[in-house]
Design a binder for this molecule. Structure first.
Ligand code: TYD
Length: 255
């Protein structure tokens, strides 16, 4: 069962631009609140198969079309060094890697990303959108792998300094649905000749992903001012509407 019940879509919401993306995705005037995102750092998070990357790309385009300068990044990776660390982490030949080594490599890639890309972008007043950040480490290596939160926190403080996301959106999906989605994605990528998706990280079992999901939900409940849970069980359009409604509620200034 999903943590948040699906939000009923009412006729009034249907009239809202968020529910009619074909008419409005490119319109900046309909969403003046987007201007408040300049200089903010927002992270899209969730277990494999939750659909966060699709939502992030769409949101990045919406913001760029609204005139914002957007710095869109992914983890692990996002820099030359980080992409090389990513190859080691996702490589099936890295099967013997310990969870602490894994945690440190994710953080090493993050340290490079923060210093080389995120801090300068925020200093310029860009909107920084990242596909994963420290919440992934708490969920995967912490809740999933057993590394204590305090250890992750101390390494995160070395890697990120004072750079902290303004908001982390956790796209929440039960393990069964996530497994079905990743299964479909793996099959379609395999058919098209590439199988990057079925990497070392995605080969772990259902039990592991249940722990990862719980890790995300616990983190969001511990720090509700910096995290928000989005029910990712609906169609991409429904999830998009929920994400936009949530972001607007967080960032729109009261008029
Ligand atoms: P990726 O192919 O980028 O998948 P996704 O689209 O799901 O983000 O793979 C990244 C994998 O690395 C994913 O399984 C989550 C995992 N991961 C961690 O275990 N810890 C971390 O700190 C990060 C950033 C990612």
């Amino acid at each position: 069962m999903s943590a948040n019940p699906p939000m009923p879509v009412t006729p009034a919401m249907q009239a809202h631009p968020a529910h009619n993306p074909t008419a409005s995705d490119a319109s900046s005037t309909s969403r003046p609140w987007l201007a408040a995102l300049a200089g903010k750092f927002i992270v899209f998070e969730g277990a494999d198969g939750c659909g966060k990357s699709t939502q992030l790309s769409r949101f990045a385009k919406l913001c760029a079309d609204a005139g914002l300068s957007v710095c869109q990044l992914r983890e692990p990776g996002g820099t030359d060094v980080g992409e090389r660390v990513r190859t080691i982490l996702l490589d099936k030949n890295s099967a013997g890697m310990t969870v602490r080594c894994e945690m440190l490599l994710f953080m090493a890639s993050r340290a490079q990303l923060v210093e080389q890309r995120i801090a300068p972008a925020l200093a310029r007043g860009d909107l920084v959108l990242t596909d994963r950040f420290t919440a992934s480490t708490y969920a995967y290596q912490g809740a999933g792998g057993g590394v204590p939160d305090a250890d992750i926190a101390s390494v995160a403080s070395v890697s990120c300094g004072t750079i902290t996301p303004d908001l982390t959106l956790v796209f929440d999906l039960c393990e069964e649905a996530a497994a079905r989605r990743t299964g479909v994605a793996t099959a379609s990528k395999a058919q098209s000749g590439g199988s990057l998706f079925a990497d070392r990280m995605e080969e772990r079992d259902r039990d592991f992903f249940a722990k990862v999901r719980k890790g995300y939900l616990d983190l969001a409940r511990r720090e509700p001012s910096r995290h928000t849970i989005i029910d990712a069980s609906g169609t991409p359009e429904q999830v998009w509407s929920l994400a936009l409604t949530t972001l607007e509620a967080r960032f729109a200034k009261p008029s």
